[in-house]
Design a binder for this molecule. Sequence first.
Ligand SMILES: [Fe+2]
Ligand SMILES: [Fe+2]
Length: 195
Amino acid sequence: MSLKKEKLNSDLNLEKIKKILGRERFQHTLSVLKAALKIAEIQNLNLKKVETAALLHDIAKSKSYTELIDIVKNSKWEPDQLELEIAPVLHAPAGAVMAEDFFGITDSKILEAIRFHTLGHPQMGEIAQVIYAADFISEDREIDGLDEIRIEIERDFESGLYSITTHILKYQLEQNNFIHPYSNDFRNKLLKRSD
Ligand SMILES: [Fe+2]
Ligand SMILES: [Fe+2]
């Protein structure tokens, strides 16, 4: 997917994002953007905010563990102890810090979307839910059963979200990984809604 500046709703500097992310992650980011905008249109959300969150969701992904710790410590998005032990999720809180510090983003819904895009959170808003879902269903991912979830997300967003959380938690259990309470509570909340 290519993207021209004039097609953007937000005034983010794409070259700056590309430089920070590197070519491959920038391509992933564009795939997430495409998926996020499609869901956001169906859900009638603010496209500019969704676009900004999608473009910046992985902005801290190239940082080392030590750099991530440095970025998040004493920030308002400081991770809890368990998050510190799940290294792959740390780029999310660090990304929220970078979005504010390097791109001047102050909108709490955008920052929240970046902050929780890896673990999810039971209290996160619709924009955050869209980014969480788009990051999973984006066209660059190849996961068993993903085509069905892509269709489900468009037909019934909450039901699709539930399928995503279930898929992720099953995978984490199979891998014998930690399950963060945010992810578990998010799935439980979606499960209650579908009763
Ligand atoms: Fe990410
Ligand atoms: Fe991502």
